[in-house]
Design a protein around this ligand. Structure first.
Ligand SMILES: C[S@@+](CC[C@H](N)C(=O)[O-])C[C@H]1O[C@@H](n2cnc3c(N)ncnc32)[C@H](O)[C@@H]1O
Length: 412
């Protein structure tokens, strides 16, 4: 199943609080979590929705809050804590609800929970639980703070309080979460840029991009396609050009893109391919995209330069990849200047002379070279980020696009 994780705001907070069957509102009537309570307390609430379905089906929510001082239950627990709470480092996990007993979904939710806690700079997570203490102890090295709390949750069951140190999750837990220590996030790793999804400047590019594929692009897709097999994610897929080049080794092709126009064109193109049920594109930002299954290969073709934080994107890709999986990156390098692009256009434009989109294609390519020049990273820079994320570079090739493109293959 494919999911989108989003931070809740006024638009979707009701969905997160109310719609799930197993949420606190139903199970713990005494707590009565409401929208106002969440917003008023500054709880960061996240909603996970299944985007394989239309309409998108909410699957889980969780909240993180450093404002626990006035909760009765935490007053009681606090008495059992030797070092007290530090709002800068400590967060209470609340409103954790999963509308499925599926272990794969549980894994996704807990993985995201730990990602978000790291991104917010929290070092300890406090939970109150009705059961499953052993699950937390085994997988997350949780320490039990207090059993049988007196706090009344409105049901005939006592609760326990536990704490998890986010940096102390050991091998077994990290394996369960499909994470490693190097792919952990930092406080400064801010994931979600909401405005991108409203209207993307890539929408304007989608028509020209859909009708013109240049020889250097074809050569690049032809080099990458034989490396693809199993379940593949094409991140920043655009109109899904790459899919037309894949062979029968690819059982599933998923594309994700923030431009709605690109995704619509991609899905139309994908339907024309052999065995179209293998192919699907989703309108979602890569950084917000998660899945219950792991990918054998993730491609980032001419899309890293358009993303805000490549180091963070590579960590996220690490988390999406299966062990031994490949991350394939094609990104322009420092040789991609405006004059290099002009030279390439001059070489190939005769082939597209009669195409009505050619003027737009030229104009937009030159515009993007200027706009994204600062993100045409050197090989060393990209390799440094990949290694930081725990990936090993196995191949590098700087010959594509007349020497202005780095093609890098890295393995998990
Ligand atoms: C130049 S196009 C490349 C398309 C495709 N990979 C190809 O080679 O044909 C770059 C695409 O990346 C998408 N993109 C940029 N940032 C993204 C993000 N954070 N998540 C998903 N897609 C993104 C843009 O919307 C755009 O469609």
């Amino acid at each position: 199943m494919s999911f989108k994780i989003e931070a809740c705001n006024f638009n979707n907070i009701d969905v997160a609080v109310k719609t799930l069957k197993e949420n606190y509102v139903e199970n713990f009537p005494a707590i009565r979590v409401t929208k106002d309570k969440i917003l008023g307390k500054g709880i960061s609430l996240y909603l996970l929705s299944d985007i394989s379905q239309v309409p998108h089906n909410p699957i889980a929510t969780f909240g993180l809050s450093s404002a626990y001082e006035d909760e009765d239950v935490w007053k009681e627990v606090r008495a059992s804590l030797s070092d007290g709470f530090d709002p800068k480092k400590d967060a209470v996990v609340g409103q954790l609800s999963i509308s499925s007993k599926d272990v794969a979904i549980t894994r996704v939710v807990y993985g995201l929970l730990s990602d978000k806690a790291q991104q917010m700079g929290f070092e300890r997570l406090f939970f109150i639980l009705r059961g499953n203490v052993d699950f937390y102890k085994k997988l997350f090295n949780a320490i039990l703070i207090k059993n049988d709390c007196n706090y009344d949750i409105g049901v005939d069951r006592k609760i326990s309080a536990l704490v998890v140190e986010t940096k102390e999750i050991k091998k077994r837990g990290l394996r369960f979460l499909n994470r490693n220590l190097s792919s952990c996030f930092n406080k400064s790793d801010c994931l979600i840029k909401r405005e991108i999804m409203n209207k993307s400047h890539w929408d304007e590019y989608s028509s020209a991009f859909d009708s013109i594929i240049t020889p250097p692009q074809v050569e690049l897709y032809n080099t990458i396609a034989p490396l693809l097999s199993g379940v593949v994610l094409d991140a920043g897929c655009g109109n899904g050009n790459l899919a037309a080049f894949v062979n029968g080794e690819v059982s599933t092709y998923h594309g994700v893109d923030t431009s709605l126009d690109m995704v619509q064109k991609a899905n139309a193109n994908l339907q024309r391919l052999k065995e179209p049920q293998r192919f699907q594109a989703f309108h979602v930002q890569l950084e917000e995209f998660v899945n219950t299954h792991q990918y054998d290969v993730i491609t980032l073709i001419n899309s890293v330069y358009a993303m805000d934080n490549p180091s963070l994107v590579f960590k996220h890709c690490y988390n999406l990849l299966a062990p031994g999986g490949l991350l394939i990156i094609a990104n322009p390098n420092e040789n991609m200047t405006k004059s290099h692009m002009e030279m390439m256009i001059e070489l190939y434009e005769a082939q597209f002379r009669d195409n009505p989109a050619v003027a737009d294609f030229k104009r937009l390519n030159l515009q993007f070279v200027t706009q994204y020049q600062h993100s045409f990273y050197t090989l060393d820079k990209v390799e440094g980020w990949l290694e930081q994320a725990g990936l090993s570079v196995t191949n590098r090739d700087c010959t594509h696009f007349h020497g202005a493109m780095n093609l890098i293959v890295a393995k998990k």
